[in-house]
Design a protein around this ligand. Structure first.
Ligand SMILES: CC(C)(COP(=O)(O)OP(=O)(O)OC[C@H]1O[C@@H](n2cnc3c(N)ncnc32)[C@H](O)[C@@H]1OP(=O)(O)O)[C@@H](O)C(=O)NCCC(=O)NCCS
Length: 183
């Protein structure tokens, strides 16, 4: 992908910027994952201890930059003046007749419920449609993740079914509510 040559960044309210992850984000991302470990644990795969270290995040970021260059994913951070407060990731990008990406996201516990992720998903929709030229976004939420479902519904996503034992989250294969938005 044109990771370096296209400006994927978007300014949200209150000085928050959504932009592709950079090598220099390893330390603030490790700090954010440490601070939000228990907040995110019910909604994510079980992470290795190394994931919470600066070195571990450096490795993750290196992989994510490679994915961006190869056009298979675009991983973005929500950057505020005092650090990183979340991420929005367009992954599993498939071209050809599909033109589809999977949408994933999280935000820090301390700034939940202020409409930030709703705005960030709107920005990701704009990037997916206008910068990446995709046709469809899909997202999968745990069936009891009402906050995430609200974020998607406020952004025009439609639920299209339940996928049984879809992802291994918090150590268990769990059912997910599936959403899509045609761009
Ligand atoms: C899901 C998540 C990203 C939402 O981020 P956010 O910035 O708080 O979202 P917003 O403030 O934009 O919107 C949240 C909506 O959910 C609603 N909501 C939150 N908790 C709720 C609950 N327990 N029951 C019902 N509605 C709830 C809010 O009222 C709001 O809806 P409204 O605008 O209609 O009032 C955040 O909670 C998070 O990171 N959770 C952990 C990780 C995660 O679940 N990621 C997504 C995996 S699919």
């Amino acid at each position: 992908m044109y990771c370096e040559s296209v400006d994927f960044s978007r300014e949200l309210a209150d000085g928050i910027v959504l932009r592709p992850v950079e090598a220099g984000d390893a330390a603030p991302l490790a700090a954010a994952f440490q601070a939000n470990r228990s907040h995110l644990a019910p909604w994510e795969p079980v992470r290795a201890e190394e994931f919470y270290t600066v070195e571990g995040q450096h490795e993750v970021i290196t992989r994510r930059r490679e994915e961006c260059e190869s056009g298979t994913a675009l991983s973005m951070v929500l950057k505020a003046a005092d650090g990183i407060m979340g991420m929005v990731i367009l992954s599993s990008i498939v071209r050809g007749a599909f033109q589809n990406a999977h949408l994933g996201y999280w935000i820090a516990h301390s700034v939940q419920g202020k409409g930030i992720m709703t705005a960030a998903v709107a920005a990701a929709h704009d990037i997916a449609k206008n910068d990446l030229g995709l046709h469809r976004l899909e997202a999968a939420t745990l069936v009891h993740n009402v906050a995430s479902q609200r974020v998607l519904e406020k952004n025009g996503f439609e639920a299209y079914g339940t996928a049984r034992a879809y992802l291994r989250i918090a150590g268990q294969w769990q059912d997910h509510r599936m959403y899509q938005r045609i761009l």
